[in-house]
Design a binder for this molecule. Structure first.
Ligand SMILES: *Cc1c(COP(=O)(O)O)cnc(C)c1O
Ligand code: SF4
Length: 372
């Protein structure tokens, strides 16, 4: 396979299950030129080509079909259709908001926490999200999978016994063909100290037909497998996404979800509450993180303030069961890692005497009693 091949436009002869998702890809938006056939607003139409030059455009048909074109603020539309505001960059926005590159000892690998690494097998995605914090990498690197490119990363993991978890991210690892996934999984599981394979993906959301029996068996092996999906809005939860998640769960994979807090898309307590409940109760996907918007370029119009995020996180904590409740985090620039931004219930402390606010809003005293 060459480094430029696009797996999403792959091979002529395929089994039926693969034909289904490949049709879904072909019938969708594959590049900026395809946008002209959509009922865009005049402002979107004017911005489309320039915005697409900054960040690629790709939308599978299944995801495109979720858009209600009568609603200019449709939450699916705002995630994938280039918006004129993207062209406005603000002071303080960054190319590499969470310092992936600063912690990269070898190409295609980021090692910031001792026990886990990020591995980037591809910089392509099934869908390109306008708010992506890696959009600069996706645009400038723009390469697909190549076996040779990953060799230094595999060697690095083998030489570092402290690494227990390998996180496939990108790009979207599940945009790769089954054969490539088998190869990557086999190489990783041959390294005895690795325990868990984690996959960060939007495929179950945007291209659920890609979750085939072949995909599942490509991932099954010695390692515990965790699939971290990326649902941002309850409207993304459909019969098709439900079926994809069921297939992954039945394989015994642990399913988690991370969402990005996006102004105008999911920045109300009602939307987030429904999203988190339906993720857990309908899809069997545990809400893991709610990310504060990263400092990706041209995304000021989608970011909330941290104070707004904290208010939402506190309301969720009061309304949702523990298993439905995500942790609100900020991935600090310069590689500070993901830190929880609250809610925080501690109001004051005087020695062993604490003042702590309850979920009902009332502040109570709590005195520590420990053996001294
Ligand atoms: C997000 C991230 C991880 C995973 O962090 P968890 O808190 O375990 O989900 C690991 N390495 C890097 C560099 C990351 O950015
Ligand atoms: S799928 Fe993930 S990596 Fe790809 S554009 Fe969307 S957020 Fe970025």
């Amino acid at each position: 396979m060459t480094s430029d091949s696009n797996p999403l436009q792959a091979s002529a002869v395929t089994p039926d299950a693969d034909a289904t998702w490949q049709t879904d890809v072909r019938a969708g938006v594959r590049h900026a030129g395809d946008l002209v056939s959509l009922p865009l607003s005049p402002a979107e139409r004017a911005a489309a080509q320039e915005a697409a030059a900054n960040h690629k455009v790709r939308i599978p048909k299944a995801y495109l079909d979720l858009i209600d074109w009568n609603d200019p603020a449709d939450p699916i539309r705002l995630q994938v259709i280039p918006q004129p505001e993207e062209l406005v960059e603000h002071e303080g926005e960054l190319d590499d908001p969470i310092a992936d590159h600063g912690f990269s000892p070898v190409p295609r690998l980021t090692h910031r926490h001792a026990d886990r690494v990020l591995l980037f097998p591809t910089y392509q995605c099934a869908v390109y999200c306008r708010f992506c914090f890696r959009k600069e990498s996706l645009t400038s690197i723009g390469r697909g999978f190549s076996r040779e490119a990953l060799e230094p990363a595999f060697a690095y993991i083998a030489e570092h016994p402290e690494i227990r978890e390998v996180i496939l991210t990108g790009g979207d690892p599940l945009s790769l063909p089954d054969k490539a996934l088998v190869e990557i999984r086999t190489r990783i599981e041959a390294i005895a100290h690795v325990r868990l394979l984690r996959i960060h993906t939007r495929v179950p959301v945007a291209l659920p037909s890609r979750v085939t029996a072949g995909l599942v068996s490509a991932l099954e092996g010695r390692l515990m497998v965790t699939v971290v999906t990326h649902f941002n809005h309850p409207r993304e939860i459909t019969n098709a996404t439900e079926m994809a998640c069921r297939t992954l769960r039945q394989a015994g994979f642990v399913l988690l979800n991370q969402s990005v807090l996006l102004k105008g898309v999911n920045d109300t307590v009602e939307v987030l509450e429904e999203l988190c409940r339906e993720l857990m109760y309908r899809l069997g996907v545990k809400p893991y993180y709610l990310h504060h918007g990263d400092l990706a370029r041209g995304m000021a119009h989608r970011r909330t303030t941290i104070a707004q995020g904290q208010t939402l996180a506190e309301a969720l904590r009061a309304r949702l069961s523990g298993i439905c409740n995500p942790v609100y985090v900020l991935d600090l620039p310069e590689g500070g890692g993901k830190v929880p931004l609250g809610p925080c219930y501690v109001e004051a402390r005087d020695g062993e005497n604490w003042r702590i606010r309850g979920l009902d809003g009332e502040v109570r005293g709590y005195r520590e009693v420990v053996e001294t």
